[in-house]
Design a protein around this ligand. Sequence first.
Ligand code: IDP
Ligand code: MG
Length: 139
Amino acid sequence: MVTNRTFTMIKPDAVEKGHIGAILEKITASGFRIVAMKLTQMTASDAKTFYAIHKERPFFGELVEYMTRGPIVAAILEKDNAVEDFRTLIGATNPAEAAEGTIRKLFAASIGENAVHGSDSNENAAIEGAFHFSGREMF
Ligand code: IDP
Ligand code: MG
């Protein structure tokens, strides 16, 4: 398994607010190489599959509504220790608890609308990347 890659989404709230460029700048300035990237929109079926692990949580319906309401930027990123380093770069799930300078501290509005996704393990990075991209879209 490739262990130096992670998967991210710039979520609908951040796209709506015009933060795509600023967030990509933070990502590339932090040493991540873009392996694959696209502007796309998730269907309800996509979001329910992607977030299936959270299907019993009280916020699941709200999460599916949010993630499908507009376009996202999906990307695969490469760097040594990508999964852990990217989680550090984005900060805590709740922006109120995110460290200064992190993407969520800078751009997220709330624990629900938190601007970016980052994979939580190498295994999930591979699953999530393959959910959005075929091999010929990866560089
Ligand atoms: P993560 O994105 O930091 O890995 P998870 O716990 O995996 O956080 O939750 C997935 C996503 O579900 C979060 O990024 C956020 O958009 C949403 N979410 C998590 N907790 C809550 C909550 O308490 N209320 C509303 N939405 C939430
Ligand atoms: Mg998670």
